[in-house]
Design a protein around this ligand. Sequence first.
Ligand code: OGA
Ligand code: NI
Length: 358
Amino acid sequence: MAGSPVATVVPPLAQSVQEMSMNGNEPPPQYFLKENSIQPMDSFLPSDPIPIIDISLLSSSSSLSSKGGEEEELQKLKSALTSWGCFQAVGHGISSSFLDKVREVGKQFFALPVEEKQKYSRATDGIEGYGNEPILSENQVLDWSYRLLLRLQPVDQRKLQLWPENPNEFREVLDEYGTKVKIIMDVLFKAMAMSLNLEENSFSSQFGERAVMQTRFNFYLSCPRPDLVLGFKPHSDGSGITVLLQNKEVEGLQVFKDDKWFRVPVIPHALVVNLGDQMQIMSNGIFKSAIHRVVSNSERMRISVAMFNEPEPDKEIGPVDGLIDEKRPRLYRNVKNYAYFNFECFLKGLVPLESAKI
Ligand code: OGA
Ligand code: NI
């Protein structure tokens, strides 16, 4: 993100997650959760279903092949986003074989020798590239994972030197996947606006000509202490929206709702859609930015691919006028460059969505 200083202020740990995972070593305390341990998943996580939404029913432009049911699906969308802040999207038009290909190139990259992956390493003061999460403070509880973060849009901001050339299809597949996900996101922005009886471009127009699209390949290695260590700590995404492709076999993602963690079951052909903080702001708090985490697994590794869409950093965003009235006064002030704002809040130990409140 332009102007997002990310400095690694803490020296790297003696052993990498990869080494510890391969050797079956106990994770060091920097990885332990502070508050409490993680109970065995099934004992406390009701498998209440995360809503499933058929995107093909949402798009009014698909009325050529109108299947009907648009109004009903819009209501489902609204209800999913006001209560969960996330849902599983089916009918999105991306073939299962292409989704497999996206998973496969990620897996192949991750399976490369460390030296090969390190050609694409994140710079100590950067956010893009391959590596562990940036370590910003001594107290940070560390995630048992690696990431590969890349910016896809604006296209002239791509740092191609960080885009893997091995496997050789990687760049092409990522580029194509980005284009396909963008189409889905555009349908969703319109549908979200329509579900709230707004003009269909009420959200999309806030993203600007040079909206940002980034991807993060997450690699979760097996971890000998899934009771103490998370793959990804609880967070909400700073994005507008996030589209997440889950691993086909290994579950791990959980969403927080009503003071409980809910599993997000694997549906191989579905995409998980998470609403991000910036859409919570634009919707004046009507839609929820989902708090989510990833638990670790003692036996199996897991890969996921997240696509984040964010407004142009220099553009101010704020609650849509049509969502502010006497009954629901303006909840948030206008903000810009949310990635930077998020980062500053993190350093100060503040919750960005709270700090953005009026
Ligand atoms: C993320 C994220 C979840 C997952 O990348 O922001 O929440 O299942 N990923 O990997
Ligand atoms: Ni996330």
